[in-house]
Design a binder for this molecule. Structure first.
Ligand SMILES: [Zn+2]
Length: 468
């Protein structure tokens, strides 16, 4: 494997340094390094900062790719607008072909069920996902293709007919529909362009089949990032390590909280497998159940045990998170993207508890950042801006005291896979050559927090993205 030399970079605050990458590692750092062996590539950093590549610590890759292939309903203005857009989308597709729409929310787009969908699109099987990802709504044609033995997740009306609404039915729907995997190349490329070199897929539904799809995309270079997969059940890493196995994901239906023993049992299972636990906690009720379960589960917390989202964290829960050794993997971009809705819908007394950041760090609770794409935007730099500004799309504040400075906002992406809220990875001898080269010294990039600052992205010592 030939190496790569990056010349005249700023490394950990020192300018004018050359960095040699070899065999996937940082092999040499110094001033004016001698030319290397024949065939070694050179990149002129022109004084730009070389920083560790960003890790998106919570993303759903297949859903993100599918979304790129779907009708987006996030900015629908009302029921008529939804009907017009959906009708236009289906009319451009042959009758009988599956149609997928995402991002529906009742507040913006009006109520939706099988009957409403049938009136708009009777000739295509249609499925519409709500903005949280917990609910699918299907029309009659779609329901008819699912067979007769419908599980309890399929809601029924008083007369026993399916309403078309399916709660948390992803795994079942996926198994029943068996659709071809969506293209991952655009997702891998967009993340590489933003300096992202590592991904933790947080899907509870990941099984051997979907893991094989992602491993295939990693081998083909469609997903150039280092890949780590969570799963809700057993999962084995392939011999070529196309992905590594991450925490066991725990996600339950917050409208029907499970008995505590069930949750402690899952934690015990994760520990027996040597895996950390990643617990989905958007609401205060979910967090309360998980904190009680972590408290009672046998064995000690692992450094990678984590709370996903931490959407609502009451002040008294902060000390518990610290005591139990849990990391919070948050999504700062939700403050911007969904903040206006939170301000309208969340109890004002609970609004200071939304997507905390600075108060957790101050209390010694490790925090890491992520996109939760497709439910949030892919761009980590937009999320960093949101973490710094704590403003909604319309400019209203959400928990302004939770703001962090730009350097800290970046660090939330620099923890290791195993310890996402731990110390940032370094550009130092012997470290993995998963790197992000910026166009300017770090101070300039932090002043802007824009993905346009990324000059090149390097994974395993190879350039996977170079800005033109
Ligand atoms: Zn998620």
């Amino acid at each position: 494997m030939t190496g790569l030399v990056i010349r005249n970079a700023e490394v950990e605050g020192r300018g004018g340094l050359d960095v040699r990458l070899r065999d996937g590692l940082v092999a040499e750092i110094g001033q004016r390094l001698a030319r290397g062996e024949r065939g070694e590539d050179e990149v002129d950093a022109q004084g730009g900062a070389l920083i560790p590549g960003l890790i998106d610590h919570h993303i759903h890759l297949l859903a993100t790719a599918a979304k790129a292939d779907s009708l987006a309903l996030e900015d629908v203005s009302g029921p008529d607008d939804l009907a017009a857009r959906l009708a236009a989308w289906v009319s451009a597709r042959p009758a009988g072909r599956w149609v997928r729409a995402v991002g529906w929310h009742e507040r913006h787009a009006g109520p939706l069920d099988r009957v409403v969908l049938d009136a708009i699109a009777p000739d295509h099987p249609v499925r519409v996902q709500d903005q949280t990802g917990a609910l699918w709504i299907l029309n009659s044609r779609a329901l008819a293709q699912l067979g007769d033995d419908l599980p309890a997740a399929v809601e029924r009306d008083a007369a026993g007919r399916p309403t078309g609404r399916i709660w948390r039915g992803d795994a079942w729907l996926q198994a029943r529909l068996g659709r071809a995997p969506p293209p991952l190349t655009p997702i891998g490329a967009a993340l590489a362009a933003a300096g992202v070199t590592g991904l933790t897929d947080a899907s509870v539904t990941t099984d051997a089949a979907s893991a094989a799809v992602l491993a295939g995309a990693a081998r083909a270079g469609d997903l150039p990032q280092a890949l780590r997969l969570m799963s809700g059940g057993l999962l084995a890493a392939p011999p070529d390590r196309a992905f590594s196995v991450g925490p066991l994901k725990i996600l339950f239906d917050d409208r029907d909280l499970p008995p505590l023993e069930e949750v402690t049992g899952k934690i015990a299972l994760a520990r027996s497998l040597g895996r950390a636990v990643a617990a989905h906690c958007v609401t205060a009720a979910e967090l309360a159940v998980m904190l009680a379960a972590f408290d009672q589960a046998p064995g000690d917390a692992r450094p990678g045990d984590r709370i996903e989202h931490g959407g609502v964290i009451a002040p008294e829960a902060i000390g518990e998170l610290k005591r139990l050794g849990l990391t919070v993997v948050t999504q700062p971009a939700f403050v911007f993207e969904r903040g206006d809705r939170y301000r309208a819908e969340v109890d004002p007394g609970e609004q200071p508890d939304l997507y905390r950041c600075a108060s957790l760090l101050a209390a010694g609770v490790p925090v890491a950042s992520s996109s939760d794409a497709p439910y949030g935007s892919l761009d980590p730099w937009a999320a960093m801006r949101a973490a710094v500004r704590r403003q909604t799309r319309s400019g209203a504040p959400i928990g302004p005291g939770e703001a962090v400075d730009p350097g800290r906002a970046l660090q939330l992406y620099l923890g290791r896979f195993e310890d996402p809220g731990g110390p940032p990875r370094r550009v130092a001898l012997g470290q993995a050559a998963d790197l992000c080269l910026l166009k300017t010294p770090l101070a300039g990039a932090l002043a802007e927090l824009d993905a346009g600052a990324v000059a090149a992205t390097i994974v395993g010592g190879r350039v996977v993205h170079a800005a033109v």
